[in-house]
Design a protein around this ligand. Structure first.
Ligand SMILES: Cc1cc2nc3c(=O)[nH]c(=O)nc-3n(C[C@H](O)[C@H](O)[C@H](O)COP(=O)(O)OP(=O)(O)OC[C@H]3O[C@@H](n4cnc5c(N)ncnc54)[C@H](O)[C@@H]3O)c2cc1C
Length: 376
């Protein structure tokens, strides 16, 4: 059973892994010419770590924890725990775990999807048209799949009034420890130094309503950020200089995706494409990992019967996605009150304001039984 996945981010690579595990044949199409492994720090809540454990990737990820010693509680299965990792350190292992058995097509994008009772005909911007049984949109906040199958972006995106840019800094800068470095009304700069200052990442946040810009024009994004911070003192001029050179620059709105349903016929959404909780939730990567695990598992259990599988996937996910989105909104409020947009990771791990409020999702054990039953 052929499944096209649009987007090779956290959700797309993880879904490819789990679909393959259950006997499906996934193909991943990624718009960028190569894997987009940039970005700053993403956090992972307990069940996401459980998913990584089931993929035999947990040990590796734990070693790359950016706050060693500060993040893990003892009992992985029982009590919630949490760690932080660079997005690149998560994407790399996910891709490595799938690339031998999954077809990856880079530098292309879905152009149209046409559903019929037997499958989906997909045309691409560059490649020839192909047919698939199902299509999964894992193509992020501005999902093309969502626009094609559900409607225009504006219908589903709720803007939370701020933008964030992230980029790496050379270790030689020796900026102070970590966290909030510089706060200004409606703006903030965070620095995270990791691995004994060998690496550092900057995040620049500013308040703004929706801006019109070309999402592919990185030079324009850098100009927008530089304009917002022009004239600020302290470390800002130095950060802007480093930003102008940064190769791994990432810029996007702090926004959420709100949808009544994450599937339409044979097309289903996951990760930020379907239920982005906003950067200020810090939980996008966790949602992507858990969503991929549950979606593939429910498809396997349903023997590929997508209507039942998609409905079950939605039911399993809805509760904690709503909680994550609440955390995302509160994170944005904290920014406007001049506080760090995300909870300090130490607090999450130790006292656990977030984890106390988010109910645990008990991951089901989905036996890899689908392959034996297909074709029906
Ligand atoms: C380069 C990058 C850096 C990031 N940095 C941070 C960060 O510092 N902090 C943070 O909290 N979150 C960051 N994020 C977002 C974070 O990765 C997600 O919130 C979370 O991991 C959920 O993952 P996702 O797979 O749903 O979406 P994403 O990780 O955004 O992945 C979506 C993927 O789909 C691809 N794509 C987009 N459009 C198309 C298309 N039309 N056709 C095919 N492929 C397409 C993208 O290139 C990307 O590879 C970043 C995302 C990216 C892409």
């Amino acid at each position: 059973m052929d499944v096209l996945i649009s987007g090779a981010g956290v959700a797309g690579t993880a879904l490819a892994y789990w679909l393959r595990h259950h006997g499906f044949t996934p193909t991943v199409v990624e718009r960028a010419p190569r894997l987009r492994a940039g970005g700053g720090v993403v956090s992972l809540r307990g069940e996401a770590l459980d998913v990584l454990d089931r993929m035999a990737l947990l040990e590796r990820v734990q070693e790359l924890n950016t706050r060693p010693g500060g993040a893990a509680c003892a009992d992985r299965r029982g009590s919630p725990y949490h760690l932080e990792i660079l997005r690149a350190d998560l994407i790399g292992p996910l891709y490595e775990a799938t690339r031998q058995e999954v077809e990856y097509v880079s530098g292309d994008s879905i152009a149209s999807v046409e559903q019929d009772p037997a499958g989906v005909r997909v045309t691409f911007e560059r490649g020839r048209p192909r047919r698939f049984h199902l299509v999964a949109g894992a193509d992020g906040l501005h999902s093309r799949t969502r626009s094609l199958a559900f409607g225009p972006c504006e219908r589903f995106i709720r803007h939370l009034g701020m933008y964030t840019a992230t980029f790496s800094l050379p270790g030689r800068l020796r900026l102070p420890g970590s966290d909030r470095l510089h706060g200004m009304p409606g703006k903030a700069a965070d620095i995270l130094s990791i691995r004994d200052n060998a690496k550092a990442y900057a995040a620049l946040h500013f308040a703004s309503g929706p801006l019109a810009y070309d999402r592919d024009d990185v030079a324009q994004h850098k100009r927008i950020v530089a304009g917002q911070f022009a004239g600020e003192g302290g470390p800002i001029p130095l950060l802007l200089e480093e930003m102008s050179r940064a190769q791994d620059f990432f810029f996007d709105a702090n926004a959420q995706v709100e949808m009544h349903h994450w599937f339409s016929g044979r097309v289903v959404l996951l990760g930020d494409a379907g239920y982005c909780a906003a950067r200020t939730s810090g939980l996008g990567a966790s949602q992507a990992l858990i969503g991929a695990y549950i979606l593939a598992g429910e498809l396997a259990v349903a023997g590929g019967e997508h209507p039942a599988a998609f409905a079950a996937y939605e039911q399993e996910m809805r509760g904690f996605v709503a909680e994550h989105q609440q955390i995302g909104r509160e994170g944005a409020d904290r920014f406007f009150m001049g506080m760090p947009a995300q909870e300090a990771p130490g607090m999450i791990a130790a006292g656990t304001r977030e984890t106390a409020r988010t109910h645990l999702v008990r991951l089901k054990d989905y036996a890899p039984s689908f392959a034996a039953r297909w074709p029906p």
